[in-house]
Design a protein around this ligand. Structure first.
Ligand code: 5RP
Length: 265
């Protein structure tokens, strides 16, 4: 692996081999999502606790201070919306020149395996990998399910993750599943990070699945709504960080969350 690629990956994945990525890219198809109406304001208090931030070029340019020293994972696929015909019908929306100009540490895009647009999104991934590898930029593939959340079974997720890695993704982001998540990770030859999905009922549920996913081999998370849509986003991200980088159990993380919430820490 060339120096540039190694250097970028080492900015994303920390010396302990773990990572906490914070995505605020949801507006690219959801518009001004709840609690992300002003992305710069949502991000500010959370930034110190994230290892990298995932977002689009528009939000990066307009809402993030360019003097900030935080690795950027640039979302470079899109072209669909919540009210459009099919969320899977994505194209690559950002050129390689723009990815370099914005000094991204990685580029990221969604694949929709099993959808009508499977071929299109998988060949998009292969082409993005070709362009990015030329410049030592890692690609993180997002195994997206659109509105069909019930698709999140180990069999399906393992299929998606393996295909993403085979096409050249350096990191794969996927959903957690209770049954057989270890098979998803084991079948994927590159690091796997867990997405959060829609906000859960309780904070404990998030700590539980992050902890279990890490035990089963994930290197960390790329988790958004279950941080910044919660009532106490800083407490939430600090507790998740403790699971990822300080080996906290889910219960210890919840205790930490309660203490931070109560202003004791
Ligand atoms: C949106 C994304 C998000 O980055 C991803 O879904 C993680 O965010 P969340 O934890 O809110 O699901 O790719 O398309």
């Amino acid at each position: 692996m060339d120096w540039g690629m190694k250097n970028r990956l080492s900015r994303l994945i920390q010396p302990d081999g773990k990572a906490l990525f914070l995505p605020i890219d949801h507006g690219y198809f959801q518009g001004p999502t709840t609690k992300l109406e002003k992305p710069g304001e949502t991000l500010k208090p959370l930034l110190p606790y994230a290892d990298a931030v995932m977002l689009t070029r528009g939000v990066l340019r307009n809402c993030v201070d360019p003097t900030v020293n935080k690795p950027i994972i640039l979302r470079v696929s899109g072209g669909t919306s919540m009210v459009g015909e099919d969320l899977a019908n994505e194209a690559i929306t950002t050129s390689i020149e723009e990815i370099i100009r914005l000094n991204a540490s990685a580029a990221s895009m969604s694949i929709f395996v099993g959808s009508k647009y499977e071929h299109q999104t998988l060949t998009n991934l292969a082409k993005l990998v070709d362009a990015c590898e030329n410049y030592g930029i890692p690609v993180m593939a997002v195994t997206a399910v659109g509105k069909e959340l019930e698709k999140r079974t180990a069999r399906y997720l393992a299929l998606c993750c393996r295909i993403a890695a085979e096409l050249g993704a350096r990191v794969v982001k996927t959903y957690y599943c209770e049954e057989g998540f270890e098979k998803v990770v084991d079948g994927c030859p590159v690091p796997v990070v867990i997405a959060g999905g829609p906000k859960t009922e309780t904070q404990q549920e998030v700590f539980d699945f992050v902890y279990d996913g890490m035990q089963k081999g994930a290197i960390g998370v790329n988790l958004g709504r279950n941080i910044w849509q919660t009532e106490h986003p800083v407490a939430a991200i600090r507790a998740i960080r403790a699971i990822i980088h300080e080996n906290y159990t889910a219960k210890e993380a919840n205790d930490l969350y309660e203490q931070i919430k109560a202003g004791k820490l």
